[in-house]
Design a binder for this molecule. Structure first.
Ligand SMILES: [Zn+2]
Length: 284
């Protein structure tokens, strides 16, 4: 039995690599397992995945996790579907988000919304896999590879800006709530669940590109592993090779932060280390 077999068995019985490595079985708040054939059939039926999808359903895993909702209530029904090699990272990420008290409104499978991203966003639902094209385009979205996560869409809207300066803010609920991104404002309550708070945590777990860095569209809710070329490389490799490359990339990011720890400016540190990590990524 090699390490791969052990990992598969642990995944089936619901223990994440994170939990195993840190010996905190009793505190497991997050676990992952491959999608079953039955679940894949259901996704096909609901058109959330098609036979043309860039990643076959057998390469997808579900991550189930506890999370803190507003008011400090712990909910246990969190679920995201991601590329198999990302599942241990996503499991560890959501364990960390819970530990840090990061508020998540809800995270239900996208098939509850029949794959309709607008409905999921309007319901402030966090999601990952969705076999769809990019918003406003025809190329596959990073969500179709299971390599992107949208977090708290109402706190973190998608803002499309056209040439004439018109901004389209989705979901609409965000427009008078979350376009101003300042954390501290006089006589104004802080807003929990803003993506800015967790950019480093996402990067430490393999999600290096944040849509909040873009000029347009600005996609505050969106985190993805890397550029399309890197994601396509991950998908083309078997689990072990993909995991090795992913771990190497995460180490590059962590080492950069250590080397530049005296920068004393978190925004600058994030920017420098994410840029150098993306530059170091191998491509297909
Ligand atoms: Zn997204």
């Amino acid at each position: 039995m090699d390490i791969c077999d052990i990992r598969k068995i642990l995944a089936v019985i619901g223990l994440s690599a994170f939990v195993v490595s840190s010996n905190t079985f009793a505190q497991a708040s997050s676990q992952f397992s491959p999608l079953t054939a039955k679940r894949c059939d259901q996704l096909l039926e609901k058109d959330v995945i098609t036979n043309k999808n860039p990643v076959p359903c057998r390469r997808l895993s579900q991550v189930n996790f506890d999370y803190m909702s507003e008011g400090g209530v712990i909910k246990t029904d969190g679920e995201l579907v991601v590329l198999d090699v990302l599942a241990p990272k996503v499991s560890a990420l959501f364990h960390e988000l819970l530990k840090n008290g990061f508020v998540i409104e809800k995270a239900h499978p996208i098939e509850e919304y029949s794959g309709d991203d607008k409905k999921s966003m309007a319901n402030n639902n966090s999601s990952a896999f969705n076999g769809r094209a990019i918003t406003g385009g025809s190329r596959w979205s990073m969500h179709a590879y299971g390599a992107a996560i949208d977090i708290n869409p109402v706190q973190n809207p998608f803002i499309d800006i056209s040439d004439d300066g018109t901004a389209n803010i989705r979901p609409a609920k965000s427009s008078h709530y979350a376009v101003n991104r300042l954390k501290y404002r006089p006589n104004t309550k802080q807003r929990p669940g803003m993506a800015e708070e967790v950019v480093n945590l996402f990067a430490e777990n393999g999600f290096f590109i944040w849509g909040g860095f873009w000029n347009y569209p600005i996609d505050y809710q969106h985190f993805q592993v890397g550029p399309r070329s890197f994601v396509e490389l991950l998908v083309s490799l078997d689990y072990e090779k993909g995991e090795t490359i992913l771990n190497k990339t995460i180490n590059t990011y962590k080492e950069c932060r250590e080397v530049n720890a005296d920068m004393h400016n978190e925004d600058k540190l994030l920017s420098v280390c994410i840029a150098s990590t993306i530059d170091s990524m191998p491509t297909k």
